[in-house]
Design a protein around this ligand. Sequence first.
Ligand code: 13P
Length: 347
Amino acid sequence: MSLAEIAKQMVAPGKGILAADESTGTIEKRFTKIAVPSTEDNRRAYREMLFTTPGFGEYISGVIMYDETIRQSAKNGKTFVQIQQEAGVLPGIKVDQGTKDMDGSTTLTTGGSPNEKVTKGLEGLPERLKEYASLGAKFAKWRAVITIEGTDLPTDANIRQNAKDLAAYAKACQEADIVPMVEPEVLMDGSHTAARCAEVSEKVLTALFEELAAADVAIEGTILKTNMVVPGKESGEKKTPDEVAEATLALFKKILPPNLPGQAFLSGGQSEIEATENLNAMNARGPHPWNLSFSYGRALQDSALKKWAGSPANVAAAQKVLAHRAKMNGLATEGKYSKEMENERPY
Ligand code: 13P
């Protein structure tokens, strides 16, 4: 399959991506909430529960895995990659190595602002991509985080550096025959308004597409993964799904090139139902030049993780929860979701 064909398949109507690429540190935080120790075998058992969900490929087009996960197998001896392939699901891999403070960022900020972050992992990336391709990865993910604080943050320097790194990563992926999912995430943390989120997201996406062009990245073989235009979590502002959809689409229409196959949203701290309703509202206003899909982590897993709670006896029940959320979001990619459908949710 060509990169363009894989990219299309990732955002095929009716389907989306399960982000199950929590780093060891992040999954430990999630497991702490359900009082499960984050051992390698518990992480393996949890992911086996997710990936062996009956009908997994019906609403899921791809899975993003972590380095440890792509090398793991189910109890029956089949690798997770094989299990996904058999379900018609594309295996994907997170290839960034987390974030670090940007050089000089403390001097760019004022009044105790947090340091701005850049993403680690460009060093040795071509070799790692080669290995991941040999393990079966068809697409990759690299996440850049952008913090809003007052009018000081983000700085233009931070936006530009993250855009350049995303473009360098994307180019390396395409050279290794892997579709890059480029993820600039404007964080929901903070007290900023939705209008400020729109303004910052516009700068971030503008810089990103400039840098992708400068690095000669083929847009037809690229998937965007970014945030919706939403208010900061501590802002007290509330936006309806229609308002989120209007603001996000206005931004995308200005910036996303029509040859971009699709954009798969991150959930970023939205509740499961908010994430579904907002996606649905956008697709109810379609068709758009690009498919608008999902690549949710928490918004697909939160309730399933709680239901599982580390017990083999809960696997089937937890899988029903995941299947329900996947179906709701699958319907939302075509604007066919309605909140009444949640009445049939198995939790
Ligand atoms: P959330 O949907 O939980 O934000 O996770 C998606 C993701 O992959 C963030 O990098």
